[in-house]
Design a protein around this ligand. Structure first.
Ligand SMILES: C[S@@+](CC[C@H](N)C(=O)[O-])C[C@H]1O[C@@H](n2cnc3c(N)ncnc32)[C@H](O)[C@@H]1O
Length: 455
């Protein structure tokens, strides 16, 4: 460990920043790792694991603290709660850390952060947990299934209830476990002709490669520190994209030469994928709400050297008459609650609420009612989200079909055989987290039945 750098204190400060300022955890982690680049690999890995793990397991950790603390959880001050959570995580989930070290470091940190009078409390709770870790009590799965799933898999209880209602207990448990498992980094090899050379380059840099689960262009990577430094990523031959999200461009059924509008495009994953399928033909207009978001798309375009994509600021809630019926394909990959990527972005577990899902479903409807105007008669609209909620997905899909001149069209001609079922035949797919070693994702494909010349 570098002199005077206390990795636990760094994690504590990050947790407090998430708590107080709601800073997105993935941004905070990458900024922190950038700042502490000089730390050795082991320390950086410790910071990552402890920070991510504490957030991922927060609901479970709180359940444990509740059992062993004499003070009610909601009466414990946020700084103490943060110290307890990260220390309980070390005791219960990081086997190589002796419990005594986790307790001692927690006590030191409590003092260092000016809370000396609470160090005895912290010590007491942690030693109690360490002594009793074999008898942690879970709610009864028979009597209170949602409470059990919530604590066991660290999922908000209301969400566990919603998923049990929609997918059943077993499937909800599987989703919960999949989100706690190590999340794979998946990349798309942009040109299949480069596959062998890309694999060789990745292996020569010491990366471990596994084939994707659904698509031949997908690879799972491990054994690297920072993707930006990996050769085939830096030179634009691969892009980072979850395999489930790759299916959106696949489901668009691009034949070549199409004019495509991607209405919510940043950071450009699907725009780049569609442009790659177009192989230089046609044009993708990639839009997003702010300059900063468009800059992200442009950075990716620069890296990949794609010429058939243009990026600009355009608000998907505003109707632009010049775009009316201009697109063969509209990609509507809309802002959503992100429940399908909760395994990667644990702070979604803290921020998502039923009210937010309702508000997002309404926003998605508003956007869809604007952007459907851009589809040419006979063209295609793909609606996708990275979430697992019927309100945002199936219910919006049905609503869209009922209110606009569009009909669902089978995905089976496009998606891999492995994922085909009665839903894909009907024109949509809900991938659940972990089902295909991927995030959760939803896609619906619609064909426009508007008459030529009609509004
Ligand atoms: C799910 S992300 C898009 C991911 C992107 N399609 C990709 O594959 O990389 C949703 C995007 O919608 C954008 N967004 C939200 N509201 C918007 C609006 N009113 N107009 C345009 N973009 C919007 C967000 O900035 C965000 O980048």
């Amino acid at each position: 460990m570098a002199d005077n750098i206390n990795t636990r204190a760094i994690v504590y400060d990050m947790l407090m920043s998430v708590e107080k300022e709601n800073t997105p955890s993935h941004l905070l982690l990458s900024q922190t790792l950038m700042k502490y680049q000089y730390l050795d690999k082991r320390d950086r890995a410790f910071i990552s694991r402890l920070f991510r793990g504490t957030l991922e397991y927060e609901i479970f950790l709180d359940g444990v603290i509740r059992q062993f603390s004499s003070v009610r959880l909601n009466k414990i001050k946020p700084p103490i709660k943060a110290i307890l959570r990260m220390s309980v995580y070390q005791i219960l989930k990081m086997d190589h850390i002796p419990d005594a070290a986790a307790c001692d470091e927690a006590v030191k940190l409590t003092r260092k952060r000016g809370l000396k009078n609470l160090s005895g409390f912290v010590n007491g709770v942690l030693r109690n947990i360490s002594r009793n870790k074999e008898v942690i009590h879970y709610p009864d799965p028979e009597k209170t299934p949602a409470a059990y799933i919530s604590m066991r898999y660290s999922v908000p209880e209301w969400l566990a209830k919603m998923w049990i209602r929609d997918y059943g207990f077993e499937m909800t448990a599987e989703m919960g476990q999949a989100m706690l498992d190590d999340q794979k980094t998946t990349v798309r090899v942009r040109d299949s002709q480069n596959m062998a050379a890309v694999k060789e380059a990745l292996r020569s840099e010491g990366l471990h490669i596994e084939e994707g689960c659904m698509l031949p262009e997908a690879l799972h990577l491990s054994g690297y520190d920072y993707l930006g430094n990996v050769g085939p990523f830096a030179d634009g031959r691969i892009t980072a994209q979850d395999e489930s999200a790759m299916l959106a461009a696949v489901a668009a059924g691009i034949a070549g030469g199409e004019s495509i509008i991607d209405v919510c495009a940043a950071p450009g994953g699907k725009s780049m994928h569609m442009a790659d399928i177009l192989k230089g033909s046609g044009q993708v207009s990639a839009r997003d709400l702010t300059e900063a978001k468009v800059l992200k798309i442009q950075e990716n375009l620069k890296r990949t050297g794609l010429k058939n994509v243009s990026a600009e600021v355009k608000d998907a809630l505003v109707f632009y008459p010049e775009d009316a019926q201009k697109a063969d394909i509209v990609m509507a990959d809309l802002p959503c609650s992100g429940l399908g990527v909760m395994g990667r972005k644990a702070d979604i577990k803290r921020s998502v609420t039923p009210e937010k899902i309702t508000a997002l479903a309404a926003l998605q409807r508003e956007i869809l009612s604007v952007v459907q105007h851009y589809v040419k008669p006979g063209g295609v609209l793909v609606y996708s989200t990275c979430t697992v909620s019927k309100a945002e997905n199936e219910e919006n899909m049905q609503w869209f079909e009922e209110h606009f001149p569009f009909g669902l069209e089978s995905l089976d001609a496009y998606v891999p055989e492995k994922v085909r079922n009665e839903h894909t035949k009907a024109g949509w797919i809900q991938i659940l987290p972990g089902q295909y070693q991927s995030d959760g994702f939803f896609i619906a494909r619609f064909r426009c039945s508007r008459d030529e010349g009609a509004e």
